[in-house]
Design a protein around this ligand. Structure first.
Ligand code: GLU
Length: 469
């Protein structure tokens, strides 16, 4: 059997972390079994579905690298097929037309509730054949009245529901639109879905869907209903918890590798291991190892993973994601060092790619002004001599590399009989505009000698102005 899984979002909002985790689990399971992963857009709720949401979902999936093998399918393009199956069920007597007006049904429900009963459709039209002409009707599925449905769930074990608990659910509304639960069934059948991974909020739909699948003699998939994600405060994750859209994480400077690693561990584990490359996830993932209890979001852990991946991934890979942030911040990367070389020296120093761009501007353009406190502290008259000397030593370098730069700075300090810091700190402020940078030899090596020369002159000017004021 070839495993086929799907991610079936309703496009009523962006791709949030809960959806992304479901998509990841579904994707991982398909990959781990050498199977196929399908993307299906469940857009039957025309009022709430939007093109923006579809685009946001596709963008999120692409950014995460959750590539689908088939699709995206759109339910709104499949109405003909749903209607065909509805006709089949009607012809086989497995579904029926229900002419009960909504107002009457409401009244029945109210009465049931006033008696403390569960509101349900009383089966009014289940067996009637005296159909009125020209009257609107819904189509209902004939749910078996006896027996039970067993949902085989990889996370929750077997869940048994008595059919007596289930209504004859509407599969096509009075307005002619097939209902959500029905479309899912036809899609899962037509698309050959073998494993349904979805949120636990769908658990009540599953027995209804299984009954319809059975009526169609369709194979019943296996299920995995994933528990929900809670915020740091133990409440259901919502917009209140800040960044919940996957793309917000990109905007905030996270690597998709970090978010994927974070999401896989949010409910799934393999011993105590925290760090999983994508290949490892695929190799080790199993639906049975997903936990039953809700998982709480932990931003600190995500930050930690992001820092890990910024350092551990090859700088070229990090650069592919960092480039966008530099562009967002208006930094022109066409002049200056290769981005991966900047990444290699800065990765240790930041929490995310947004900060990476923020602190790396001086590699690509001259800073506008010195950081005030760094300049006050280090660009003082006493630094003049050191800056002049190191400027000439650097200017004399023939082969510009970290070793020759390092030697030039050392020699300047030696000749002045001072510690490295007395030369290094003014030089750092002169070159970067501030008091923080990677090791000076590495920093200077990424810049051009003439840039260094000019920036030191600028610092000397600053000192001169200060001396004279
Ligand atoms: N469209 C549903 C949702 O976005 C998912 C349904 C399913 O996976 O079966 O919650």
């Amino acid at each position: 059997m070839t495993v086929v899984t799907r991610f079936a979002p309703s496009p009523t909002g962006f791709l949030h972390v809960g959806g992304a985790r479901t998509a990841l689990y579904s994707w991982l399971y398909a990959k781990s079994q050498g199977g196929k992963f399908i993307l299906r857009i469940e857009d039957t709720d025309i009022e709430r579905s939007t093109q923006e949401a579809i685009d946001a979902i596709l963008e999120g999936m692409e950014w995460l690298g959750l590539v689908w093998d088939d699709g995206p399918y759109y339910q709104t393009q499949r109405f003909e097929r749903y209607n065909e199956v509805i006709e089949q069920l009607l012809a086989e007597g497995k579904a029926y037309k229900c002419f009960l007006p909504a107002a009457e049904l409401d009244a029945i429900r109210e009465e049931q509730m006033s008696k403390g009963e569960k509101p349900r459709y009383p089966g009014t039209w289940r067996d009637r054949t005296d159909h009125p002409q020209d009257q609107p009707f819904a189509i209902r599925f004939k749910t078996p009245q006896t027996g039970s449905v067993v949902v085989k769930d990889h996370i929750r074990g077997n869940i048994e529901i008595a059919n007596a608990e289930l209504d004859d659910l509407i599969i096509r509304r009075t307005d002619g639109v097939p209902t959500y639960n029905f479309c899912v069934v036809v899609d899962d059948w037509d698309m050959g879905i073998t494993h349904v991974v979805r949120g636990e909020d769908h658990i009540n739909n599953t027995p209804r869907q299984i009954n319809i699948l059975q009526a169609l003699s369709a194979p019943i998939p296996e299920y995995a209903h994933v528990s929900m994600i809670l915020g740091d405060d133990g409440k259901k994750l919502s917009k209140r918890h800040g960044a919940v859209s996957v793309m917000q994480y990109r905007d905030d400077g996270y690597l998709p590798q970090a978010l994927l690693n974070y999401l896989v561990r949010l409910g799934w584990s393999h011993g105590d291991q925290e760090i999983f490359s994508l290949d490892e996830m695929i190799e080790l993932f199993s639906l049975d190892a997903i936990g039953q209890s809700a998982s709480a979001f932990n931003t600190d852990k995500l930050i930690w993973l992001n820092q890990h991946y910024m350092r551990a991934l090859p700088p070229e890979v990090v650069a592919d994601y960092a480039r966008w942030h530099f562009e967002q911040q208006g930094i022109d990367l066409s002049q200056g060092p290769k981005l991966e070389d900047v990444i290699a020296v800065q990765a240790e120093r930041v929490k995310n790619l947004k900060e990476m761009a923020q602190i790396s501007r001086y590699f690509y353009e001259d800073y506008e002004a010195f950081d005030e406190s760094a300049a006050k502290k280090h660009l003082r008259p006493v630094a003049k001599e050191a800056l002049l000397l190191v400027q000439s030593k650097l200017a004399a370098i023939i082969d510009w590399n970290t070793n020759t730069i390092h030697d030039a700075i050392n020699q300047a300090a030696d000749e002045l009989g001072v510690g490295m810091g007395k030369v290094g700190m003014p030089l750092r402020v002169a070159v970067t505009g501030g008091g923080n940078s990677p090791a000076l030899d590495q920093t200077l090596n990424l810049l051009k000698p003439e840039q260094i020369e000019q920036r030191i002159s600028k610092a000397l000017e600053y000192i001169a102005i200060r001396e004279n004021s």
